[in-house]
Design a protein around this ligand. Structure first.
Ligand code: ATP
Length: 232
């Protein structure tokens, strides 16, 4: 089976700083993958390369077998760590904006997700709490019909109730024909949704393993393994 995301010996430098160092990785269809690592380890850089908005210094990034770039943008739905919402918008405007911009936007899915997330079409974006804004952003990004979804810290800075709701939505609305990669520091909160995890440290990939195997073979939770690997 062709991997949805493939990195082959990928190095990304910003000036002299190596953000990623010879990373080789294959992610298959039908999985939710946690991309984990401490601050500055290269997670956001990896997502940007997969999204086709940054390019490797050397090596190859492929989406469904195609080199990442303009051609693959329609295959990838990316939630950056900066907000994509504008202050003038109401919830319904944000949905329209996405619908008009992305031909693969599924309005029905968006409506179901808005309901699930308890978002009202007339709510002003500026009046939403941080947790509700995050919910809206997740709705927009997951309502596209993409092959690869990339979420950078989708539950950062939100309270436990909103976190739970966002995670439930991710699981419930995940399309098994796609792949979803999530970066987070909130490992213990998020581990219930992961099928597989990738650990990176200082730009190097140090582990890729099925969650089931970590639990059964190592007798550890993902949070437990994370603390073992990254503990100081
Ligand atoms: N545009 C840039 N210019 C220069 N250096 C950068 C740039 N973007 C990232 N870096 C550096 O590359 C390294 C990896 O950054 P990246 O944002 O990918 O890490 P991260 O794992 O997402 O971090 P965090 O968890 O803090 O968000 C860091 O040392 C960072 O300072």
């Amino acid at each position: 089976m062709e991997p949805i995301l493939e990195l082959e010996q990928v190095t990304k430098k910003y000036g002299r700083k190596k953000a990623l160092d010879r990373v080789t990785l294959r992610l298959d269809k039908g999985k939710i993958i946690g991309l984990l690592g401490s601050n500055g380890s290269g997670k956001t850089t990896l997502l940007k390369l997969a999204a086709g908005i940054a390019f490797p210094t050397s090596g190859k990034v492929r989406i469904g077998g195609i080199d990442a770039g303009l051609q693959t943008k329609s295959l990838v739905s990316f939630l950056p760590d900066q907000s994509v919402l504008e202050s003038w918008m109401r919830v319904k405007d944000a949905v329209r904006y996405y619908r008009d911009f992305y031909p693969d936007f599924k309005e029905e899915k968006a409506q179901s997700m808005l309901e699930f997330m308890k978002l009202q079409p007339n709510d002003r974006v500026t009046a939403l709490s941080k947790g509700m804004r995050e919910r809206l952003e997740v709705v927009l990004v997951l309502s596209r019909s993409a092959r690869l979804y990339l979420l950078d810290e989708p539950i950062g800075g939100v309270d436990p109730v909103a976190r739970g709701k966002i995670l439930d939505a991710i699981v419930q609305f995940f399309d098994e024909d796609s792949t979803l990669v999530v970066c987070t520091h909130l490992v213990s909160d998020m581990e219930r949704v992961f099928d597989e995890v990738v650990f990176i440290r200082e730009g190097e990939m140090i582990l890729q393993e099925e969650v089931e195997s970590i639990r059964v073979n190592r007798g550890l939770s993902i949070d437990g393994l994370y603390k073992e690997v990254y503990g100081e």
